[in-house]
Design a protein around this ligand. Structure first.
Ligand SMILES: [Zn+2]
Length: 311
């Protein structure tokens, strides 16, 4: 993959902390990993045999907009976040084209399950009334009749995205999905001008395995949703996937690395560079939560005391 103008060779670096393989354009030279903020990056020789991506989702959120989104997001984190977070220095603010695989397949599922249908019965029983007499009464009870159900289900799956980056896990990518794949463009090197792009650092076959797992889980969820009756149990599925396709696609993600305390790992906030959707894990302060609990208990005790006095 060539992303730089011919007179300015790109720098290929590997992060020894998180494993991301990043291509940095000459004009954007960085000595820190854009994924994790680690300064432990090593230059690696450019590979000639890496495949070009097939598709790119272009950035539409610019740097200033991304910074505004992060500021608002941090501001809205509530009172329990660590004190340092709200005045933390945003260290790395990088727009990165994250490699991913766009996977599709035709899925064929055989399934079986137990379907429960509820019905009501009138039950007669004897009891003792308030005067000590034995009386016969009736009540309605709900019963469930179980029957087995099996069938086949076919689906065309075409938009499963999985990460191909060691620097950005699948769960993190999912947190900023969806991307509007109708705006997918065919890859051309000039689409990446001015941005950092990562090379796929997870093997294609491992990405495909992840995508197959996601596809199977999605179909099981769908089948679960289709089950008739009032309840169902023991859903068994056997899913086969064929006509599989997997294309390398670059996804636009703003990565903010936030260092809020010297002795803590920096936290990472991600923004979908197409939609502006933001995600990140902000550590909560145990001290602040404990203080709030103590305050609450104190108020509750005070209230009981007051109620006790007037009772
Ligand atoms: Zn890194």
């Amino acid at each position: 993959m060539t992303v730089a103008p011919s007179n300015a060779p790109a720098l290929d670096i590997t992060c020894t902390t998180c494993g991301a393989d990043v291509v940095v354009q000459a004009g954007l030279r960085t000595t820190e990993c854009p994924y994790c903020g680690s300064p432990h990056v090593v230059e690696r020789p450019p590979h000639e045999d890496r495949p070009d991506p097939t598709f790119v989702v272009a950035f539409t959120v610019d740097h200033a907009a991304a910074q505004g989104i992060v500021k608002r997001w941090i501001g809205n984190r509530g009172p329990f976040v660590q004190a340092g977070i709200k005045r933390a220095v945003v260290e790395g603010t990088r727009g990165v084209y994250v490699p991913s695989y766009l996977y599709g397949a035709r899925a064929h599922a055989r399934y079986s399950a137990s379907i429960g249908e509820n019905y009501t019965v009138t039950v007669t029983y004897t009891t003792t009334d308030s005067k000590g007499n034995t009386v016969v009464r009736t009540r309605t009870e709900v019963r469930t009749e179980w029957r087995s159900l099996s069938g086949v289900y076919d689906a065309n799956v075409m938009d499963v995205l999985v990460t191909a980056s060691r620097g950005l896990g699948n769960a993190e990518l999912e947190a900023v999905e969806p991307f509007d794949l109708r705006l997918l463009q065919c890859y051309t090197p000039d689409l990446l001008a001015g941005w950092i792009a990562e090379e796929a650092s997870i093997a294609p076959e491992d990405c495909v395995k992840m995508a197959q797992g996601e596809t199977r889980a999605g179909i099981e969820r769908e089948l679960q949703g289709f089950m008739p009756g009032d309840s169902s149990t023991s859903l068994q599925t056997k899913i086969s996937l064929r006509d599989e396709v997997a294309h390398l696609a670059l996804l636009p993600v703003w990565i903010f690395v936030l260092r809020y305390a010297e002795d803590k790992d920096p936290i990472r906030i991600l923004i979908n560079g197409q939609s502006g959707k933001v995600a990140g894990n902000v550590p909560f302060s145990a001290v602040r939560i404990a203080l709030a609990v103590i305050l609450f208990l104190g108020l509750a005790a005070g209230l009981m005391l007051v109620l006790g006095v007037f009772a």
